[in-house]
Design a protein around this ligand. Structure first.
Ligand code: NAD
Ligand code: UDP
Length: 314
């Protein structure tokens, strides 16, 4: 059993990861500054003597003796990472340097939550790890995209220069329970709008595509990557690709909603298409997602239905 630090552990993905690794018998330090995360996501874990919750911001140094670090701390939704872009960049640069420094001192293995955003608005489709991307360095999304690209550079340089045992997960759009109600990403927005019979806000014409991975599949992939011996970026996501307008129609159908679709302005630099090539994950991790979109959406709809009717705390 290991001592594991999970930064961003009270967030959407981090809370599921904390629960899984705790249930496997590990000692968990769940570290979060609660910018987009919530104690309610991990409230059921508090009280377990192998679970420790720490309020801390990774742009400041942190010391602990750990065997593994999952560095998930960073706002992931465009509205949240653009709220304070300088802070977002500090989290991905200063925060990652602090976590790599900790990994170096403890001789710990460290996994960085990177993103499909490193590919920007991709001209290669589906995206493979060897593609270097097409990122605007000065746009509204750059604080996140370039921050995450710099974090990958730091991971590789600490590996080459200091022999730190690193893993890089390029996470594609992931969804499920524990997303914040004000998260602002497409699946939570559409489900909440549909459940309230409010207009579904499709940005642009809705012809842009994304590929959506259910959170339990993503957690399996992250743990398999951490336990693998592969150094370098690995795409993790579900390769089924959907137009945003198709997603809106599917969510209306599954919620039996009276909502109508409305079209709003497309945010700047919104990628036109996105689909992971997961061949590397299949070979190196023996992993591929198993939850179809419809099934994952129904589980997520059920969660938000309970949240909206106050049957679960948020
Ligand atoms: P989230 O916003 O729910 O979780 C991020 C967590 O990090 C929150 O709990 C937040 O409070 C915490 N945090 C933010 N800045 C921090 C800081 N400076 N110090 C300490 N804690 C901080 O988002 P998520 O979807 O769970 O994403 C988790 C990670 O996965 C992020 O690094 C994100 O970039 C990456 N990722 C997620 C997706 C996705 O679709 N969910 C896709 C690509 C990459
Ligand atoms: N989107 C939308 N309506 C919303 C929220 C998002 O049409 O209410 C679109 C957004 O423009 C993008 C896609 O859905 O094309 C995915 O957006 P999200 O913010 O979830 O993640 P991204 O992949 O852009 O980081």
């Amino acid at each position: 059993m290991k001592r594991i630090l999970i930064t961003g552990g009270a967030g959407f993905i981090g809370s599921h990861l904390s629960e899984k690794l705790l249930n496997e018998g590990n000692d968990i330090i769940c570290l979060d500054n609660f910018f987009t995360g919530s104690k309610d996501n991990i409230r059921h874990l508090i009280g377990n003597n192998k679970f420790e919750l720490v309020r801390h911001d990774i742009i400041k140094e942190y010391f602990a003796e750990v065997d593994q670090i999952y560095n998930l701390a960073c706002p992931a939704s465009p509205i949240h990472y653009q709220y304070n872009p300088i802070k977002t960049m500090k989290t991905s640069v200063m925060g990652v340097i602090n976590m790599l420094g900790l990994a170096k001192r403890c001789n710990a293995r460290i996994l960085q939550a990177s993103t499909s955003e490193v590919y920007g608005n991709p001209v290669i489709h589906p995206q493979v790890e060897t593609y270097w991307g097409n990122v605007n360095p000065i746009g509204l999304r750059s604080c996140y995209d370039e921050g995450k690209r710099c974090a990958e550079t730091l991971m590789m340089d600490y590996n080459r220069q200091n022999n730190i045992d690193i893993r890089i997960a390029r996470i594609f759009n992931t969804y499920g329970p524990n997303m914040a109600i004000n998260d602002g990403r497409v699946i939570s927005n559409f489900i909440i709008q549909a459940l309230k019979n409010e207009p579904i806000t499709v940005y642009g014409k809705g012809t842009q595509t994304r590929s959506f991975c259910y959170v339990t599949d993503m957690i399996d992939a992250l743990v398999k990557l951490m336990e693998s011996n592969f150094i370098g970026p690995v795409n993790l996501g579900n390769p089924e690709e959907y137009k945003i307008i198709e997603l809106a129609e599917l969510i209306i159908e599954l919620t039996n909603s009276k909502s109508k679709i409305i079209f709003e302005a497309l945010p700047s630099d919104d990628p036109v298409q996105r689909e992971p090539d997961i061949s590397l994950a299949k070979i190196k991790l023996n992993w591929e997602p198993s939850t179809p979109l419809k099934e994952g959406l129904l589980l997520t709809i059920n969660y938000f239905d309970k949240v909206l009717s106050n049957k679960v705390n948020i």
